[in-house]
Design a protein around this ligand. Structure first.
Ligand SMILES: C[S@@+](CC[C@H](N)C(=O)[O-])C[C@H]1O[C@@H](n2cnc3c(N)ncnc32)[C@H](O)[C@@H]1O
Length: 314
C-alpha cells in the first residue's frame, strides 16, 4: 500500500542509542511504515539482520515493499509484539525498538475509525482480524465498564456522565460511526473555545481498550528481556503518560538489585540479586525542537532506553 506514509519519530536518537552495526541482530516490534526499520538496516549494512512485526496487516505489507532493497536481511510477521519471544531467537538481539501507538495512516484513513475528526466506522482495531471493535465495546459494555475505560485509559473527568449518556442513546440507536460518538460527546461537553476536541480522551481510551495496548505493552516489555543479549538495548518511544509509566515501572523492577521474598503468612524480605537491566539515560529523551517544528505528531514522544547487563555470579 503506497499510501501508508508515516514519518519516523526520533530517528536520529533511536540510531544513536541502538548503534546498529553490521552483523548485529535487531527487532522492530512496531514496524509500521518501516521508517525506523529501513534506517536500522541501512546503518547495519551489509549483514545486519532485522526481525519486524506489526499487528496491522496493511503496515506489514507496506514495510515489506519498503524493505525490498534489504531482501535476505529481514523477517517480517503480522502479530503482537507481546508474542515476539515465540518466534524471535532468545538472547541474540543487539537492539529492540518499540515505537508505540498508532501510525499516521491509521489515524488518517477514515475507514480505520481511529479519528473523531473524520467520519468512519467506529472500528479502531489495529489487527482487523480481531473480533472486538470500538462499536461493539460502546454498544455492549455496561456504563460502569465504559466509565472505567474512559477514566483509566483517558483520564476523562466526565467519564461517568459520558458513559451513562452513551448507554441511554444506544438503547434507541446503537453507535456505528465515529461522528455519532464525537457529536454526542460534543453535545455533552461543548467545546467553548478549548483547543482539544472534547472527545479526545474518550477516543484515546477506547483505542487503548479495543487493542489492549497497556496489557500488550506490559507483556511485550517482559518478552524483550529474553531476546536481548548482554549489552543489547531496548528503546521504547511512548506518546502518553500511561504508556510511559508502564515503561518506567518495568525499568524499575528489572534494574533493581534486590527482589522481594515472603508471602501471605511470611514477612516480606528483600533479597539481594544482580540486576538484569540498566537505564542508559536516567531521564527520558525528548524530540529536538527542529523535529517538533517539522512533525507535530512528535509532540508528546519520549524515548527511554534500557540495556541488558552481563550475567554475574552472585
Ligand atoms: C507509531 S507507529 C510505528 C511507526 C514505525 N516506527 C515507522 O517508522 O513507520 C506504531 C505501529 O505500532 C503498531 N502496534 C501498536 N501496538 C502494537 C503491538 N502490541 N504489537 C505490534 N504492533 C503494534 C501499530 O499498528 C502501528 O503500525
Amino acid at each position: 500500500m503506497s499510501d501508508f506514509v508515516h514519518k519516523a519519530v526520533m530517528l536520529g536518537e533511536v540510531l544513536e542509542t541502538l548503534r546498529p552495526k553490521s552483523g548485529g541482530v535487531y527487532v522492530d516490534g512496531t514496524v509500521g511504515g518501516a521508517g525506523h526499520a529501513a534506517a536500522i538496516l541501512t546503518a547495519s549494512s551489509p549483514t545486519g539482520w532485522l526481525y519486524g512485526c506489526d499487528r496491522d496487516g496493511a503496515a506489514v505489507e507496506t514495510a515489506r515493499q519498503r524493505l525490498t532493497d534489504f531482501a535476505g536481511r529481514f523477517e517480517l510477521r503480522q502479530g503482537n509484539f507481546a508474542e515476539l519471544d515465540t518466534w524471535v531467537p532468545a538472547e541474540q538481539c543487539d537492539g529492540i525498538l518499540l515505537d508505540l501507538g498508532v501510525s499516521s495512516p491509521q489515524l488518517d484513513q477514515a475507514e480505520r475509525g481511529f479519528s473523531f475528526q473524520q467520519d468512519g466506522p467506529l472500528d479502531m482495531r489495529m489487527d482487523r482480524a480481531q473480533a472486538l471493535t470500538a462499536a461493539e465495546l460502546v454498544n455492549t459494555a455496561s456504563a460502569e465498564h465504559l466509565a472505567a475505560i474512559f477514566w483509566e485509559f483517558g483520564g476523562e473527568r466526565d467519564s461517568r456522565r459520558f458513559a451513562r449518556a452513551i448507554v441511554r442513546r444506544r438503547e434507541q440507536n446503537p453507535f456505528s460511526t465515529t461522528r455519532e460518538l464525537a457529536e454526542l460527546i460534543e453535545r455533552l461537553a461543548p467545546r467553548r473555545g478549548a483547543k482539544a476536541h472534547p472527545a479526545t480522551k474518550v477516543f484515546q481510551a477506547l483505542r487503548l481498550a479495543v487493542n489492549d495496548e497497556i496489557g500488550s505493552l506490559e507483556r511485550g516489555l517482559e518478552s524483550t528481556v529474553k531476546l536481548l543479549r548482554p549489552g543489547g538495548r531496548l528503546a521504547v518511544i511512548t506518546f502518553h503518560s500511561l504508556e510511559d509509566r508502564v515503561v518506567k515501572d518495568f525499568g524499575r523492577v528489572w534494574t533493581r538489585d534486590y527482589t522481594f521474598t515472603g508471602g501471605v503468612d511470611v514477612p516480606e524480605l528483600r533479597e539481594p540479586r544482580a540486576p538484569e537491566l540498566r537505564w542508559v539515560s536516567r531521564k527520558a529523551i525528548k524530540p529536538s525542537t527542529r523535529e517538533l517544528a517539522e512533525n507535530p505528531r512528535a509532540r508528546s514522544a519520549q524515548l527511554r532506553v534500557l540495556e541488558k547487563l552481563p550475567e554475574r555470579s552472585a
